[in-house]
Design a protein around this ligand. Structure first.
Ligand SMILES: *[C@@H]1O[C@H](CO)[C@@H](O)[C@H](O)[C@H]1NC(C)=O
Ligand SMILES: *[C@@H]1O[C@H](CO)[C@@H](O)[C@H](O)[C@H]1NC(C)=O
Length: 518
């Protein structure tokens, strides 16, 4: 059986050299989707366990109290379910990739309005607190950056639970060249054709302009209106962030040239998390499967049972031709499903994926599920829906972790063929190889995060790490002035050359005329 575990030896090493004083840490996770917090919760817990004081501004407070931990709950009262989308919200076409940034703007509005106006948040701002460090989500909610001003410019560590948003590069100086860095929303691999690069470049520019004139402005307005904090006072907070902890890893995501303060910690949410036994009915279903199990879940933000009917029938038809059993995350009833299919409201995903009988994961390729399936070495059939999922899927396919299938391309034949391939021993080996590459690190993701948090605290913000490009105006960064200067020199030279040639010709001509005349 394949076991998932990060090597622990570093932990011992680590504990012996970082017993610093206890820090008072403020963490801010305002996004409406719960998965963003789930990435960093183990880190917050570890910090609290190590004796630091953690205050978390959150829509998803802890169910049980944790020592050294305080939640500032900013959830609206009407928050009942994580499944905020249905398939009717998506067109299932390429359009979804261009309009995603609009969805994010709407989501940001909700996070900002609910959070900033919440009485708990308003009271929190009035409290007389001092924080040594601020850990804050960097995604679509700059409206919350006011806490940095409110709490005396404590050093800031950015937390990103997904791959690079197009607008994040400007604050860290990590390379964003659209010739090979694929846009968050598009779903290209890093091997792009000419037309891919045209699309990638245009969308890169479009999403950056969108951020700067809509999302950013909206955030500043909310901050001013609801908390009275002007984010433009005394310099730019965003380009003063000390370190970014990002939930990616070069073995499964796009490989890019990172600035020294961009730190990859992908895998932090699964590291050292024990694999628990399944609920009884599931355990029986999985244990007794002779040919293994396919697990299908399209994530926590979309209602599984809103899946388009014709595509559902195609999937069921393909499943009925396979000897494997299938578990499908589905909320309601399902009519006329084959005998080998079991529907389940909410299965413990990671425990299932690491079960040796689970052979394939059918996923929307959210980054958490992707990391979980890579961690367990389980091949994936990837049906991306929105956000970074197209790009996650393309990178995964390129790295041998699975196969992509767009929902619009689903037919029973294609699903059957792809599943057959994924069920083969060769694909299993490829997924396990990827898993080994993913886990082979000098320092585990958790210890990497703890190390850099400590580093920022030790070096009072560690601003010496910042790359010079972060503070440059665009014309300097793209060398427009230099290019213009060189171009001007060339022009002047050409002109001088032209004058000289003209002068020589004229002389020659005049001499010839003189000779003729005489
Ligand atoms: C949450 O549940 C309450 C009562 O069960 C209901 O009135 C409310 O509309 C629900 N809110 C949402 C957003 O579904
Ligand atoms: C940048 O952060 C440091 C602390 O890490 C703070 O002293 C400084 O005032 C900040 N500068 C701006 C422009 O926010």
């Amino acid at each position: 059986m394949y076991k998932s575990k990060f090597v622990n030896i570093y932990l011992i090493f680590f504990l012996t050299f970082t017993l610093t004083e206890s820090l008072n840490i403020l963490a801010v996770m305002p996004h409406v989707g719960k998965s963003h917090q789930l990435v960093f919760e183990p880190l917050f817990r570890k910090l609290a366990l190590n004796g630091h004081k953690v205050t978390l501004i959150t829509r998803y407070p802890q169910k049980d109290p944790v020592p050294n931990w305080r939640d500032v709950n900013v959830a609206p009262v009407s928050l009942n379910s994580t499944e905020i989308f249905t398939f009717n919200d998506l067109t299932g076409t390429r359009l979804d990739r261009y309009t995603c940034v609009a969805l994010l703007t709407v989501a940001a509005r909700e996070s900002c309005k609910d959070g900033l106006s919440h009485p708990n948040y308003q009271n929190f701002l009035k409290e007389d607190n001092h924080f040594d460090l601020i850990l804050i989500e960097i995604f679509n909610t700059p409206c919350f950056m006011g806490v940095v001003k409110r709490f005396n410019n404590a050093p800031v560590i950015g937390l990103a639970s997904s791959i690079w948003m197009p607008w994040m590069y400007q604050w860290f100086g990590t390379d964003s060249n659209p010739s090979y860095i694929t846009n968050h929303f598009l779903g290209h691999s890093d091997q792009m054709t000419f037309l891919d690069r045209v699309e990638n470049t245009l969308v890169h520019i479009f999403t950056n302009v969108w951020y700067n004139i809509l999302l950013d402005r909206q955030g500043k307005q909310f901050s001013e209106e609801m908390t009275g904090i002007n984010l433009d006072d005394n310099g730019d907070i965003m380009s003063n962030i000390s370190v970014l902890l990002i939930n990616s890893h070069f073995t499964i995501n796009v490989k890019q040239a990172m600035s020294p303060n961009s730190i990859e910690i992908g895998g932090i949410h699964v590291e050292n998390q024990p694999i628990k036994p399944l609920p009884q009915d599931l355990q029986k279903f999985v244990d007794e499967s002779k040919h293994g199990v396919i697990y299908m879940s399209l994530g926590s933000t979309i209602r599984g049972d809103s899946f388009p009917e014709d595509k559902k029938q195609a999937l069921l038809k393909a499943f009925s031709r396979l000897p494997q059993r299938v578990i499908w995350k589905w909320e309601g009833e399902m009519q006329d499903k084959p005998d080998n299919v079991m529907i389940y409201r909410w299965a413990p995903q990671r425990d299932l994926l690491c079960h040796p009988n689970v052979k394939v994961f059918i996923t929307h390729t959210g980054l958490l599920g992707t990391i979980e399936t890579v961690d367990c070495g389980t091949p994936a059939l990837m049906l991306p829906l929105f956000g970074d999922q197209f790009t996650n899927a393309a990178s995964m396919e390129q790295n041998g972790g699975g196969l992509v299938l767009y929902i619009s391309d689903i037919t029973d034949e294609v699903v059957y063929e792809k599943l057959k391939k994924l069920l083969s021993p060769q694909f299993r080996d490829s997924a396990i190889e990827l898993s080994n590459r993913f886990k082979d690190r000098p320092l585990s993701p958790m210890n990497t995060a703890l190390y850099w948090i400590d580093y920022v605290s030790r070096h009072k913000g560690a601003h010496f790490m910042k790359i010079a490009s972060v503070d440059m105006p665009l014309y300097k960064f793209y060398l427009l002035d230099v290019i213009a200067f060189i171009f001007l020199i060339i022009l002047i030279n050409l002109y001088v050359f032209y004058l000289v040639v003209k002068f020589i010709f004229r002389k020659l001509f005049k001499r010839q005329e003189k000779i003729k005349k005489s």
